[in-house]
Design a protein around this ligand. Structure first.
Ligand SMILES: C[S@@+](CC[C@H](N)C(=O)[O-])C[C@H]1O[C@@H](n2cnc3c(N)ncnc32)[C@H](O)[C@@H]1O
Length: 233
């Protein structure tokens, strides 16, 4: 049985879903207002002949009709950040405010950490937690390139991030997942999927969410996001 068939009963138009999944994911970017205003960036794109289409739901999101947008000088300069459209949603739901104390429990490579800092106008503190040593470098370099100044990086297993001495105003749990929701990134994304892996991830995701709730001040906000549903069997 095809691996994603197990979602058939959950998704009303499953065949439509599969048809969309077979299309390549369009490139998109977020305008980084820590470094440039939206209108100045759009002027630059017009001058340099860069085609884009604005998202209809988020003024800082643009679809880019090109290969390798990461090589754009605007990206290298930190004026934009290449980020999938859906990945821009969780920080908006978290709605961090300037001056708050915010935890991004599963942070690398930092697309959402940097969007959170941008929303906070670099004021207050974002703790970006990432246990994988190999994934600290991309997190740090994204923060540097995008001019993010209010991030502190930690390396806890998120299940054991200590709830003392501080509790957070808001916590984002962008949980590790089986990547099934990222199938449109290309062939091979699903090759590591297995029932055992899904079960292990299910337990990890639930434990991370439980700790995130412990780490949040009374009345604070926890946002949980993942690209994949990891079912309990
Ligand atoms: C979906 S990715 C995060 C993407 C990131 N939030 C972004 O927007 O760029 C999940 C991250 O969780 C990390 N991770 C894995 N196990 C973890 C754990 N036990 N505690 C915290 N983070 C973990 C992974 O290394 C990975 O970097």
């Amino acid at each position: 049985m095809e691996w994603l068939e197990r979602y058939r009963d959950l998704i009303p138009d499953f065949d439509g879903f599969r048809a969309v999944q077979s299309q390549a994911l369009p490139s998109s970017c977020r305008i980084n207002t820590l470094k440039i205003e939206r209108c100045a960036l759009l002027d630059r794109f017009a001058e340099n002949g860069i085609d884009y289409q604005s998202f209809n739901w988020y003024p800082l999101g643009l679809k880019l009709d090109m290969e390798s947008p990461g090589k754009l000088v605007e990206n290298l300069s930190g004026y934009i950040h290449i980020q999938e459209e859906l990945s821009m949603v969780p920080p908006l739901v978290l709605d961090p405010q300037p001056g708050e104390l915010v935890l991004d429990l599963c942070a690398s490579p930092g697309s959402k950490t940097c969007q959170i800092s941008q929303m906070m106008k670099n004021l207050g503190r974002v703790v970006a937690n990432e246990p994988s040593l190999a994934r600290i470098a991309p997190l740090r370099s994204n923060c540097e390139r995008l001019g993010v100044m209010n991030v502190a990086i930690t390396r806890y297993d998120g299940r054991r991030f200590p709830s003392r001495p501080v509790q957070f105003d808001r916590v984002l749990v962008d949980a590790p997942c089986s990547s099934e929701g990222r199938e449109r990134r290309g062939p091979g994304v699903l090759c590591k999927s297995s029932s055992k892996r899904s079960m292990d991830l299910h337990r990890l995701q639930a434990d991370l969410l439980r700790n995130a709730i412990r780490l949040t001040k009374p009345g604070g906000i926890v946002v949980y996001s993942t690209c994949t549903y990891a079912p309990e069997e």
